[in-house]
Design a protein around this ligand. Structure first.
Ligand code: AMP
Length: 222
């Protein structure tokens, strides 16, 4: 099944996508993580994306749709995937539908992780992440076992350079202006399921699992 996870910065998309991926036995692609890796390794994609990401601005749709096309080809036909952080604009959402139609596939589930902006900003200001594997911890609610080190791979946890107040504010402006129409696109077509993401991680996970079971039965892999 192809699952799209939508939500504001700090809603917990990465955390829940990882958990869903393990539970469903499918890969999870975070466009933010892929872009950060591309910037780090200095690829052509990274060079093009860097200036936008540094200011917390969305990377242009043509770049993102090319990346999405590559991801869909990489995963192979009929293979399930969780898309975390894509699409984020209306042209991306329509473009994704077209990319899937061209490949004889379709989105199985669109889940919005819904959170109040104040709660999300609070989470972002205590968030640390691992540049090696993308794992995320929260210094207020989800401390790593060893201070400063990633539980998953032992990498050094860092604050993301776009998790500072003025960039957070800009990212929320972009969420309002670009991603809200995307959400409405799916909602108006009856394709959207919404989860209250202001709750603790395991409660959000449980709510997502209930949706998955309802939509596809207990067997959701593939
Ligand atoms: P994230 O890790 O999901 O918060 O994404 C970090 C940054 O990557 C964003 O602020 C954007 O600059 C860029 N980015 C990630 N996904 C997208 C997307 N679907 N469209 C445009 N830019 C994106």
């Amino acid at each position: 099944m192809i699952v799209v996870l939508l939500g504001a910065p700090g809603a917990g998309k990465g955390t829940q996508a990882k958990r869903m991926g393990s539970a469903m036995g499918v890969k999870h692609f975070s466009t933010g993580d892929l872009l950060r890796q591309a910037v780090e390794s200095g690829t052509e994609l990274g060079v093009r994306a860097a200036e936008y990401m540094e200011s917390g601005t969305l990377v242009p749709d043509d770049i993102m749709l090319a990346l999405a096309g590559e991801l869909l080809d990489r995963k192979g036909p009929g293979v399930g995937v969780i898309l975390d952080g894509f699409p984020r604009t209306l042209p991306q959402a329509k473009g994704l539908d077209q990319l899937l139609e061209d490949r004889g596939e379709t989105i199985g589930l669109v889940i919005l992780l819904d959170i109040e902006e104040d709660d999300a900003v609070e989470r972002l200001s205590s968030r640390v992440s691992c540049p090696e594997c993308g794992s995320v911890h929260n210094l207020a609610t989800d401390l790593p076992m060893t201070t400063g080190l990633c539980d998953a791979c032992g990498g050094t946890l860092v604050r993301r350079s776009d998790d500072i107040p003025e960039k957070i504010e800009h990212r929320f402006e972009q969420y309002q202006s670009e991603t809200h129409p995307t959400i409405e696109y799916y909602r108006s077509q009856g394709r959207l399921d919404t989860v209250d993401a202001g709750r603790p991680i395991h409660e959000v996970q449980k709510a997502i699992e209930e949706i998955l079971h309802r939509k596809s039965g207990p067997q959701v892999a593939g």
